[in-house]
Design a protein around this ligand. Sequence first.
Ligand SMILES: Cc1cc2nc3c(=O)[nH]c(=O)nc-3n(C[C@H](O)[C@H](O)[C@H](O)COP(=O)(O)O)c2cc1C
Length: 418
Amino acid sequence: MSEKALQGKRIVLCVTGSIAAYKAVSLLRTLVEEGAEVSVAMTSSATQFVAPLTFEVLSGRPVLQRLFADSPPLPHLRATEEADLILVAPATANCLAKCALGLADDLVSTLFVATRCPIVMAPAMDGDMWDQPALAAHTQTLRERGIMVLEPEEGPLASGLVGKGRLPAEHVIMEAVRSRLALRRDWSGQRVLVSAGPTREPIDAVRFITNASSGKMGYAIADAAAQRGADVWLVSGPTALPPPANVTRVSVLTADEMAHALDARFAWATVLVMTAAVGDFRPRYPSSAKVKKHEWTGEPLALERTPDILQSLSGKRTHQVLVGFAAESEDLLANGRKKLQQKNLDVLVINKITGAQSAFGNESNEAILFPRHGTPMPLERMPKRLLADRILDTIKEHCLSSPPSRVQQPPEGIRRIR
Ligand SMILES: Cc1cc2nc3c(=O)[nH]c(=O)nc-3n(C[C@H](O)[C@H](O)[C@H](O)COP(=O)(O)O)c2cc1C
């Protein structure tokens, strides 16, 4: 990142009433050091934690606190009309809820309602507060509307307990700011096919074999590509995730269904990103009825291989860029290089699957990006949504030099349901 990566960018930093408000002081300094012009807005609760004067001196601007201030009149409109980004750090549970509901009863909440610019929220709160179902619903609503809500970090909390609720690390917030501000429509014209989630292979009418994939990485890539202007189809195995905005989702269960759904859209795509954890084996003789306990003879379950989707699509490719994922526990680079060649991929994303910080199910991921014609790039651990942008940057840099071919219609007989 260049020294003045945020030169000329206008950011409104909203500070709300969390014990982590003091961390916004360091964040403000970093934003200013990177060249951003920052106006700070504080809720009344936030001023209980840090004096506005601190932010005023460090930003070189008066701190916005009151909706009905003497000057400027209409502060909520003046503050946001020229802003490139609103960053809320720390964001309280109260602030997330108000923003999701569209309430506007103080200056900060009115900014959210008044603005059209992107919003990044970095929550900080006690672990029990973060786990509240109401808050989870608000967070989901905000994300569905395109607001980037970062995941709080796990660790020691102000209450003395250990849990998930700490303000994300400053480098994570800064990465989110850069990524959001860089929001270009630089994938516009691309037709991106993403596979995500696990597959489910039936043993009988109620039992099945599956794996621990949550689908979060694929959904993050679909979201990032759509936000950057691509036309996106997401072929998803069973997950609990809502479809990202402006992405067309096709839901499948088995490896066969996934193969069929991808095959039907492959000719349309300019880029295929295979994040799905497709099961390698399936029961050879699944029963269409439920097998009763006493009917089980103790025989081991006979398994057979599922189709190798990536290999098969790789054999059919005409113009598509192929991106694969490898979940590796050892010899990451050597195994990755082998997969890159065997499957004739353009970019491979290697995930570590061992340890407490395994890629499966986690919000963040530590990956190595391995372009076929480039050197492997190990990345620091970061939220999957930010990693998604880095993956798209790499694909773009190494594989998308020429504009995409003329826009094609999705194959006949395939209807779009958003
Ligand atoms: C000492 C103290 C620490 C607090 N820390 C947090 C916090 O980290 N996160 C949070 O969501 N609320 C926290 N609260 C509660 C909020 O300050 C409270 O919900 C307030 O109404 C938030 O107002 P605001 O969203 O307008 O800033 C804390 C309250 C106190 C007294």
